[in-house]
Design a protein around this ligand. Structure first.
Ligand SMILES: NC(=O)c1ccc[n+]([C@@H]2O[C@H](COP(=O)([O-])OP(=O)(O)OC[C@H]3O[C@@H](n4cnc5c(N)ncnc54)[C@H](O)[C@@H]3O)[C@@H](O)[C@H]2O)c1
Length: 250
């Protein structure tokens, strides 16, 4: 129960890694508000979390609509009275080569990833100051090593990394930590890759030193629990690679 009495807001929590984090947080006693686009998937995950005994609320919203973002933080405060942990996990993007990356493609990655992360962090700050809160944002090897066909995704993720480091610097004085997770895990996004581009999927797995794709809850969710817990009080501004060694060991 390392997150007992903690209140967490998790974006993209209905499926994939976000759902894994919701489950891992629920098992550690956190109260959870999670945001997702699909009402069906959201309600299903909410039921799973309630069955685990967690106080969990699903909020249906399209994070690309910037006008709804401040209201999401206010909903958390209305329901639980405080915010301890903000996890910016949601992201959408389209894979195309650089010269076919239109402004529309670039905007999709920024509108679903960068802007929600930035605006939710800014809106949450007054509440995180009170709790000496933790922010966990998501990045990707795509930006760090420059994966082909991912310019918009890489750009949005590295923009998230940039503002996270600045926030870590500025918010340290409030006892707020801001860290990044760079995962590899068997989310529906990766399942789609396996179905649609088996060669690319097999190549990705072959480059993982630990020889397997991570699990959304057991691998990524547990790492998020660590960063959200008091065990990580003295860690900030870091990018934690939860990718079986893929980027750092080759
Ligand atoms: N799975 C991996 O191996 C991997 C690798 C590197 C980085 N990441 C990052 O980890 C995070 C989670 O990845 P995933 O694989 O679980 O992704 P996913 O595509 O399987 O799930 C993303 C979640 O975000 C939600 N979402 C996306 N756009 C939204 C919007 N506009 N409004 C509301 N919700 C929205 C989706 O509904 C979904 O629940 C992402 O930030 C991703 O970029 C994942």
């Amino acid at each position: 129960m390392r997150l007992k009495n903690k209140v967490a807001l998790i974006t993209g929590g209905s499926s994939g890694i976000g759902r894994g984090i919701c489950h891992a947080f629920a098992r550690e006693g956190a109260s959870i508000v999670f945001v997702g686009k699909s009402p069906d998937k959201g309600r299903r995950t909410e039921e799973e979390l309630l069955a685990l005994g967690a106080d969990a609320v699903f909020l249906q919203a399209n994070l690309a609509d910037r006008s709804v973002l401040p209201g999401i933080v206010e909903e958390v405060i209305k329901k639980f009275g405080k915010l301890d942990i903000l996890v910016n996990n949601a992201q959408t993007s389209k894979n195309v080569i650089f010269e076919e990356t239109t402004e529309e493609v670039m905007n999709l990655a920024f509108n679903t990833g960068f802007w929600p992360t930035f605006i939710l962090m800014r809106t949450a700050l007054p509440y995180l100051k009170v709790t000496k809160g933790k922010v966990i944002n998501f990045v990707s090897a795509a930006g760090m090593i420059g994966l082909s066909k991912q310019s918009s995704y890489a750009a949005a993720k590295e923009a998230i990394r940039g503002i996270s480091r600045v926030a870590a610097t500025e918010w340290g004085r409030y006892g707020i930590t801001v860290n990044l997770l760079s995962p590899i895990a068997n989310s529906p996004g990766v399942d789609r890759l396996q179905e649609e581009h088996p060669n690319a999927y097999n190549k990705m797995v072959s480059l993982i030193p630990l020889g397997r794709i991570g699990d959304c809850e057991e691998d990524i969710g547990r790492a998020a629990v660590f960063l959200a817990s008091s065990d990580a009080d003295y860690i900030t501004g870091q990018t934690i690679m939860v990718d079986g060694g893929t980027v750092m060991v080759r």
